[in-house]
Write a protein of this length. Structure first.
Length: 162
């Protein structure tokens, strides 16, 4: 007596589905890790930028104080503030450019009124050289540099211009 042929059931679909599911989950995990890394790098860059900006602002404030106390002698062509690097990790270089001009006469004495404009530039960077901007360190991934420029007007006696 002959046996009737048995119908074979198809199998193996679950294995293919499982492999596809694992590949998709691995791709999603890779994307999440990359996103996390890029966001961490962006946050670090933003924090370094904010610290550099504040260091440059502190350099301007230092220069204004020097001008207020020493008037024209406080305006150095270039000054590297190494103490800032010890405190904040950022070197600050301050430059000052004076310009004098005459503005009319004093109504009481008749003397010429002289006013001095001081253009102060502060550059803060976290480079390794002794001055900012640091072209040698600018290729580093975490190199950060910020520049601030301000102009102040003072009379020869140290008073503010009006």
């Amino acid at each position: 007596m002959k046996r009737p042929p048995m119908l074979r059931t198809q199998g193996g679909f679950a294995y293919i589905a499982a492999v596809i599911l694992l590949v998709l989950m691995a791709g999603m995990a890779t994307a999440i890790v990359r996103l996390n890394t890029s966001q961490a790098n962006a946050a670090t860059g933003a924090a370094l930028g904010a610290r550099a900006s504040q260091a440059a602002r502190a350099g301007l404030e230092w220069a204004f104080y020097q001008l207020k106390m020493n008037n024209a002698q406080g305006c150095a062509a270039k000054e590297d503030l190494n103490d800032f690097q010890k405190d904040s990790g950022f070197l600050v270089t301050v430059r000052c450019k004076p310009t004098s001009y005459n503005e009319g006469q004093d109504p009481v004495s008749g003397d010429v009124v002289v006013k001095n404009l001081y253009q102060v530039e502060a550059v803060a960077c976290n480079g390794s050289s002794g001055s900012c901007p640091d072209n040698g360190s600018s290729a580093q991934v975490d190199y950060t540099e910020r520049r601030r420029v301000a102009t102040v007007c003072m009379t020869p006696t140290g008073g503010d211009c009006y």
